[in-house]
Design a protein. Structure first.
Length: 319
């Protein structure tokens, strides 16, 4: 810290000998080789640490008449511009802080909060917003998947698809973890299938295991993780047919644009809906509560069930 303050306070390049005399903490010059060697070790260590921290430590000479190099920190390169956030932006930061309350990310979130507050930005993590992010306790696969994607390590896990009775082993180069319509997904390269794949974390069985060295691969530079998830689970903009059952006399708004399919065996009305946004439709269907039940497709039914469970605050079986 003393070294940073000293080098920020001058526009001239300061020689090592001058630094030794003005910066507290260095071995004083007593004319012995031992003291000189101790200073050199400490100074080299400090320079390396500052550069590793991203401090723009420059080396050069102020004048052509100087006989040795000196050091300085350019204030313009070191200081951040003024941080200004609107009320909505500050609230979004607070929302992100509540989101990253996991063991892997809590430290980084706390550090970011301290820096913003030191810059005079009032970030209130408790500010009320219309959404409430959370890491579901029934998705323990999040942290190992996130860590493997961050460290670029191969990930192995068992994955159960809705149409499969038993889980299958998957080996993946994880590119990233993405939140999409209230759920978490892992996107990456499936090594056995030799193609990009997306996995919903709630379908991962057991704890994923990372193996091999760090930085073993690099994701494609132009990969769009959100686009991969949307294409795999969001319909990719293609029209989908959704069949629901509705109690007689209910869901009047839904019937205005639905195609009637007649009465079902249980006496309820069967309706067919067309949509290119199945997740938005799931929001609408969930609003009807027990009056509407999705028959197909399975992913829309699961989306509605998930929304109803969240509203009810229970993990019990939904209709």
């Amino acid at each position: 810290m003393n070294l940073v303050i000293a080098l920020l306070g001058t526009r001239q390049f300061v020689t090592a000998a001058r630094i030794r005399s003005i910066v507290p903490g260095y071995e004083p010059d007593d004319g012995t080789a031992r003291a000189d060697e101790a200073f050199k070790r400490m100074f080299e260590r400090d320079k390396a640490e500052l550069r590793e921290m991203g401090v723009p430590l420059e080396t050069g000479r102020t004048s052509v008449f100087d006989t040795e190099d000196g050091y300085r920190i350019a204030r313009a390169d070191y200081e951040l511009p003024e941080i200004t956030l609107t009320g909505e932006e500050a609230a979004a930061v607070g929302l992100a802080l509540r989101l990253w309350e996991s063991a892997q990310l809590a430290g980084a979130a706390h550090s970011a909060l301290l820096k913003l507050r030191a810059a005079g930005v009032d970030v209130d993590p408790g500010r009320t917003l219309p959404i409430q992010p959370r890491l579901d306790s029934d998705e323990p696969a999040f942290e190992p998947c996130y860590a493997a994607a961050r460290d670029r390590r191969v990930l192995t896990f068992d994955y159960r698809r809705p149409d499969e009775a038993t889980p299958a082993r998957r080996r993946v180069q994880p590119w990233g973890v993405v939140a999409w319509h209230g759920r978490w997904y892992l996107a990456g390269l499936d090594l056995d299938r030799r193609a990009p794949r997306v996995f919903r974390l709630s379908r991962v069985v057991g704890t994923p295991r990372a193996s091999g060295p760090e930085n073993a691969f690099e994701p494609p530079p132009d990969v769009d993780l959100a686009g991969l998830v949307a294409g795999a689970f969001g319909g990719g903009g293609e029209e989908q047919l959704v069949v629901v059952r509705a109690r007689p006399g209910s869901a009047v708004g839904l019937r205005r644009w639905a195609q009637p399919l007649g009465a079902g065996a249980d006496g309820e009305d069967r309706l067919q809906l067309r949509t290119t946004e199945p997740w938005r439709l799931a929001d609408q269907l969930a609003a009807y509560g027990p009056d509407v039940v999705v028959e197909s497709p399975a992913h829309v039914r699961e989306a509605v069930v998930e929304r109803l469970r969240r509203l009810a605050g229970t993990t019990g079986e939904a209709r």
